[in-house]
Design a binder for this molecule. Structure first.
Ligand code: FES
Ligand code: FES
Length: 166
């Protein structure tokens, strides 16, 4: 570690990564350049579009505005950590079923936000359609018009609520 860098340790998708980073190095850059996880997209780079959204200790965060040093000691989950080795995850399958992406640039952030909602359902929350809409408002999509994304997310939440009620 030099005088201008900090040593950090971040658990990313279950894998512990160590690195020396500059104080202003963004978590998004750390994930893409150091961890090789390019599923986290950088669109605006200034906290507006949401395409860089990841989970930090379970809460969604814009990784372009989060410094890598702020993630020191944290658990970070990217879109790559939300898939399933056996095939599509529930969220991915729903996005596919509803045609909820075109270019796909916003999709990683959308997947992360829906997965966050599902975790909240697992913990007892019962988000309304308005709640789902509010959460998804954190990510901009230039292609779909949002309706299929909202339909997919609402279907995922409804299915999870039904499963939790059994
Ligand atoms: Fe982070 Fe747009 S790239 S919010
Ligand atoms: Fe293109 Fe959302 S699918 S930006």
């Amino acid at each position: 570690m030099s005088a201008t860098t900090h040593s950090i340790q971040v658990r990313v998708n279950g894998r512990l990564l160590s690195a020396d980073v500059a104080p202003r190095y963004a978590l998004a850059d750390f994930l893409r350049e150091r961890a090789g996880l390019t599923g986290t997209h950088i669109g605006c780079g200034e906290g507006v579009c949401g395409s860089c959204t990841v989970l930090v200790d379970g809460a969604s965060a814009r990784s372009c505005l989060t410094l890598a040093v702020q993630a020191d000691g944290a658990e970070v989950t990217t879109v790559e950590g939300l898939g399933e080795a056996a095939g599509l995850s529930e969220v991915q399958a729903a996005l596919l079923e509803y045609g909820a992406f075109q270019c796909g640039f916003c999709t990683p952030g959308i997947v992360v936000l829906i997965e966050e909602l599902l975790t909240e359902v697992d913990a007892g929350a019962r988000p309304s359609t308005e709640d789902v809409r509010d959460r998804l408002a954190a990510s901009l999509c230039r292609c779909t018009g949002y309706a299929p994304i909202l339909a997919a997310a609402t279907a995922c939440v409804a299915a999870r609520v039904t499963r939790e009620a059994r």
